[in-house]
Design a protein around this ligand. Structure first.
Ligand code: UDX
Length: 423
């Protein structure tokens, strides 16, 4: 089938490349011309496993191409996927201006009967906002939320746990499910507001799991238990499951913070005070500060003038995304307290003003009085801790991701602490 994708960020690019991989003819559009040119040359602007290969294969087979401007992408297609950002507004609600602008631009160029599929995460009721912005009564608008994790987005698209389609028209819903007919999975067909709610509920529940385990980690520290084994013991219970129970410095990224805040706003506007979710967000903020407090304690009560090494800057491993990264939030609090931070991340980001970035993990340790691990990159699991120790002024590690073996760290001569590990 012929498909247009509007917006080639993480979601749009993955959607475009995967739909081409499934055999559809895809035209993807973006407003940034340089990005479009690079993509037509087979170069992708993000770190995402398997995505560059799919883009290159799609281009070679003639099933995928990129154009500048959404009006040029839509006149010949049967489906249009809206994959534009929905950032957080000042009051915590989702900003729909990109979605509305994209719909208004494509509206006049659509063929009758085109199905406009909204993949952007939008407040409940936004399908109707898109319908209004399109100013067409001869096309369909369908909600088809994405559940893609950065770092495994291609895998998640092609092997989803479920596909959710929210449509007022049964015909449009069936046509959208046919697009994915090569994928074997559960399909939930429902109305648009319910589909939109499923997306928010899923992210809010996952964020709740992580905040729960972060709070449990703090309890473990207080009562002398080991959170790693607590999670192991809980996870075998099929009703609980072991996923999303890894404690850390708090959750972040482009979705959890904005979507959980947006759901609190959506509920509030509808007259319900979602105290549970507000609590989940509060636990997350407190977790950032807890990392700073424990480090302060480790280095003797004050961070002023102390040199700290930080491993990991991205919001999780296997992505180069720094948006709402807990690592950056922790480092900001460290430098605000007077610490001098040298960081390292395997994706080599640059351009930070308040701290410096080293070219490798060991160089980041030079003259530091403590090392804090903030992202769970595999590289940190296997590093020679003896070499790190030799470069440091004092020998302390605080591991917020539980990637370093406590025994190995203590054997290498470190004072070692980790999230959820007593003693
Ligand atoms: C998330 C959802 O998983 C995905 O379904 C949705 O569509 C987009 O948002 P993503 O933002 O890529 O995906 O990140 P995810 O893997 O969910 O992690 C979110 C945050 O939680 C990260 O900061 C991560 O480090 C943290 N996390 C996750 C933990 O601290 N512990 C865990 O066990 C899992």
């Amino acid at each position: 089938m012929r498909v247009a994708v509007i917006g080639v960020g993480y979601v749009g690019l993955t959607t475009a490349a995967c739909l081409a991989h499934l055999g559809h003819e895809v035209i993807a559009a973006d407003v940034v011309e340089d990005k479009v040119n690079a993509l037509n040359d087979g170069r992708i602007p993000i770190v995402e496993e398997g995505l560059e290969d799919l883009v290159q294969t799609g281009l070679e087979k003639g099933l995928l191409r990129f154009v500048h401007g959404s009006d040029r992408a839509v006149p010949e297609v049967d489906f249009v996927f809206l994959c534009v950002p929905t950032p957080q507004d000042e009051d915590g609600s989702a900003d729909l201006s990109y979605v509305e602008a994209a719909a208004a631009t494509i509206g006049p160029h659509l063929r009758p009967e085109t199905i406009v599929v909204n993949k952007s995460t939008v407040p409940v009721g936004s399908t109707h906002v898109v319908e209004r912005a399109l100013q067409r009564d001869d096309v369909f608008v369908v909600s088809n939320p994405e559940f893609l994790r950065e770092g495994s987005a291609v895998h998640d698209f092609l092997n989803p746990d479920r596909i959710v389609v929210g449509a007022d028209s049964a015909t449009a819903a069936i046509k959208v499910t046919e697009l994915f007919s090569a994928i074997r999975t559960a399909v939930v067909v429902t109305d648009p507001p319910t589909a939109e709610t499923i997306k928010y509920a899923s992210n809010a529940f996952l964020a709740t799991k992580v905040s729960f385990v972060n709070a449990m980690a703090n309890v473990c520290e207080a009562v002398g238990a080991n959170v790693r084994d607590v999670v192991l013991g809980m996870g075998y219970d099929k009703r609980i499951g072991s996923a999303f129970l890894a404690p850390g410095p708090g959750w972040g990224g482009s979705c959890f913070p904005k979507d959980s805040q947006a759901l609190v706003s959506i509920a509030e506007q509808a007259g319900y005070d979602f105290g549970l979710l507000r609590g989940v967000i509060d636990v997350n903020r407190a977790q950032h500060q807890r990392v700073v407090d424990r480090l302060t304690e480790m280095v003797g009560g004050s961070l002023a003038g102390q040199r700290i090494a930080a491993w990991g800057l991205t919001f999780k491993a296997r992505t180069d995304d720094l948006r709402d990264s807990p690592a950056l939030e922790v480092i900001k609090r460290l430098t605000d307290a007077g610490a001098c931070v040298t960081a390292y991340d395997p994706t080599h980001p640059s351009g930070f003003e308040s701290f410096s970035v080293a070219g490798d993990a060991l160089s980041a340790c030079d003259d530091a009085v403590a090392l804090v691990v903030l992202t769970e990159w595999d590289e940190f699991r296997w590093i020679d801790l003896g070499k790190a120790r030799a470069r440091m002024m004092a020998h302390r590690i605080y591991d917020t991701r539980n990637v370093i073996d406590p025994l190995a760290a203590r054997r290498a001569g470190f004072t070692f602490a980790a999230v959820g590990l007593a003693g």
